[in-house]
Design a protein around this ligand. Structure first.
Ligand SMILES: CC(C)(COP(=O)(O)OP(=O)(O)OC[C@H]1O[C@@H](n2cnc3c(N)ncnc32)[C@H](O)[C@@H]1OP(=O)(O)O)[C@@H](O)C(=O)NCCC(=O)NCCS
Length: 184
């Protein structure tokens, strides 16, 4: 397999992220969100949004790239917008369909958690649609479902689950221990 690197966002990434964003939304939410809404998603509009996010704080964006610099997955995080109980939030996390189940999502999520801890956020929440099987990934990575709420997305009301990590520094330390190769 190609060497995959996780790095912070760069201004030149906005277009590639936006294209992958639209592609992964269509693949992930077909049958969950309204068809016309998914068809109408615009990579050009999303590019403007991503350029703004990267411009504001490139370290809040993490991308997975292969040796050729192709973006295979991306995620973003920041201070939590809605729940005072949690300091940080992961806003997005998507891996290109051909690159899923190869450990990239896990590496991106841990990189986003490290960024949140570096910002002083000791806990985090992630909202994921209940009909999206991707939510089991968060369970696998130690998230606990703490809340449910309805979101309006593309003219449809959909139920989402909030998965939380209450102690990110301990979680990251445990992961680092588990990943350390055994002593010779
Ligand atoms: C969900 C997603 C980010 C996971 O990334 P990924 O690179 O495919 O996952 P990884 O290979 O890093 O998987 C890490 C672990 O989670 C498990 N896992 C991954 N997806 C899973 C799923 N849908 N259900 C259950 N377990 C899952 C893997 O088997 C692996 O387990 P292991 O530790 O036993 O090896 C990715 O599949 C994706 O982008 N999906 C579509 C978009 C999406 O749902 N994004 C989240 C919306 S908020």
């Amino acid at each position: 397999m190609d060497e995959v690197t996780i790095r912070a966002g760069r201004p030149g990434d906005a277009r590639s992220i936006a294209r992958l964003d639209v592609e992964t939304w269509r693949a992930t939410y077909a049958g969950i969100l309204a068809g016309p809404f998914l068809v109408g998603l615009s990579a050009q509009r999303r590019e403007i949004g991503w350029a703004t996010v990267i411009d504001r704080e490139p370290r809040d964006v993490r991308v997975a790239v292969n040796e050729e610099g192709l973006i295979l997955g991306f995620g973003s995080c920041g201070r939590c917008r809605g729940e005072p109980e949690f300091a940080g939030e992961v806003f997005t996390l998507y891996v290109a369909p051909d690159w899923q189940n190869q450990g990239i999502g896990r590496r991106l999520l841990l990189a986003l958690f490290e960024r949140l801890v570096a910002q002083g956020c000791g806990s985090a929440i992630i909202w994921v649609l209940r009909d999206n099987p991707g939510r089991f990934f968060y369970q696998r990575l130690g998230g606990r479902e703490v809340q449910r709420k309805l979101f309006a997305v593309g003219g449809k009301k959909v139920e989402a689950s909030g998965y939380a990590w209450r102690d990110l520094p301990s979680f990251l330390a445990e992961k680092a221990d588990a990943d350390r190769p055994p002593e010779p």
